[in-house]
Design a protein around this ligand. Sequence first.
Ligand SMILES: Cc1cc2nc3c(=O)[nH]c(=O)nc-3n(C[C@H](O)[C@H](O)[C@H](O)COP(=O)(O)OP(=O)(O)OC[C@H]3O[C@@H](n4cnc5c(N)ncnc54)[C@H](O)[C@@H]3O)c2cc1C
Length: 529
Amino acid sequence: MTESTTFRRDDMVARLRDERFDVLVVGGGATGLGVAVDAASRGFRTALVEADDFAKGTSSRSTKLVHGGVRYLEQLDIALVTEALRERGLLYRNAPHIVRNLPFIVPQYKWWEGPFYGAGLKAYDLLAGRMNLAPSRMLSAAQVVEEIPNVEQTDLKGGVRYHDGQFDDARLAISLALTAADHGAVVANRVRVIGLRKDVTTCTGAVVRDEVTGDEFEIRARVVVNACGVFADEVRRLDEPDVDRVIEPAQGVHLVLDRSFQPSDTAIMVPHTDDGRVLFVIPWHHRVVVGTTDTPMKTAELEPRALPEEIEFILRNANRYLAKDPTAADVKSVFAGLRPLVHPGGTSGSTKSISRNHEVFVSGSGVVTIVGGKWTTYRRMAEDTMKQVAAVGGLDDRPCVTESLRVHAALDRDDPALPEHDPHRMYGSDAALVASIATERPELAGPLHADLPYTGAEIAFAARHEMALGLNDALSRRTRCLLLDAKAAAEVAPRAAEIMAAELGRDRSWIDSEVAAFRTLADGYTLRP
Ligand SMILES: Cc1cc2nc3c(=O)[nH]c(=O)nc-3n(C[C@H](O)[C@H](O)[C@H](O)COP(=O)(O)OP(=O)(O)OC[C@H]3O[C@@H](n4cnc5c(N)ncnc54)[C@H](O)[C@@H]3O)c2cc1C
């Protein structure tokens, strides 16, 4: 973090009140943060407000892949795959501290699967072109077992290895918030949009509530961008109360297991389970993430919960492809997220369809809504959104620079100071600040918990430098304790709350209420066998 970057919430809120902005982005997930980075790096006066915490919604609950979408290739959606592969390559280059190259194996149990997936994945290589991470390859059954020791070996005929990117979604989100701030944007969490301001018919800003103090105030902006994911319809209705809903949330669940279920550094990808779904078994932060599901939901929740049938589906299919079978008792954490799908034709009339995967549309008062897409394509989504923003706001024609914009604290990929498996690599050059906290307070240098890969210094760093305001921010998104092991996360809660309280000037009653709230939350991530 450069000395000039101030990422203090109090300063940010004061600026939200005082300044006038070209662009106000509502929503601090992948989509909104991408727009804020794009707008700020073009030199526009930019603000972003997030009602809860950065990536609190869908953006911290993904499969953690930066990918072209092998599945779309089967549907022959070449344009979509090509766009996503290009974005994969750009993100791999611009966030080398957060995105890595992960080998995947598609195991082959039927004779035709080898040639079929082999050819498909060669096409995937070709579409990635110069930006390919590594070429795909056919493997014998023995080679598959060598790379995935826990693969189901009955009837195994061989496999195909290909490569995609893997990342830490919430870490990328906070890094994008910092990138936007590095370029002058005003960025704040716990600021909720509760109304829109209009000058006769044109939207001129938003009314917000500071969720920390309860204060309500106005933010003035030439263009408001609604990037609220599954909550986008709620903000659209602040603008046009009778507008039809367009978002159809679809839930995806993941189970987290210990490393013994996939001890090597290779993922398994099953393109078609017997139920016709995709199954991933992925090594992540020394755990194994297995998923996912695709369940239509009626309502959008900030803390969605897995349904029993989704858990049963994942365990049943994991058991088909793994030799050592996981049971509910092996699950360290279960997390659910909601895909913000736009229902077909739902935005007709006002819709400007930009790509098959995401949509940008403009209301009569000039509010620009961006929905759909995926984490991998957030940069492209932002660029498409800014075209509409510039038109609505009559902004100067300034070129997009994000194709070559390095994400906050980026290091060279082969920086010897922080090799790929260094637990602090995700902090990039900010790892020096984490280290300085450990030197300043040696009692924070050690691990928080024997089953978690984080130190007390990282909790202090989250509070001091990354706008973590509560225990949930620090244990769920700045570190990923809750997703890696919900029980261990609940156990470290009292110590982590004390560390945060010392940083934030909070008292004993704050500690007690944060610990109680976090333990209730962690309960929802725990499976009772
Ligand atoms: C199960 C699952 C797996 C996925 N896996 C992958 C993957 O591996 N790779 C990939 O590329 N993509 C993946 N995706 C897709 C990707 O995660 C989403 O497309 C992306 O995170 C959506 O981000 P968003 O910013 O649009 O929404 P969100 O992350 O939900 O952000 C919206 C934000 O708006 C805020 N908000 C709401 N109302 C207000 C208000 N009134 N005022 C201020 N703020 C407000 C919310 O608090 C929220 O933080 C996956 C999605 C799911 C569900």
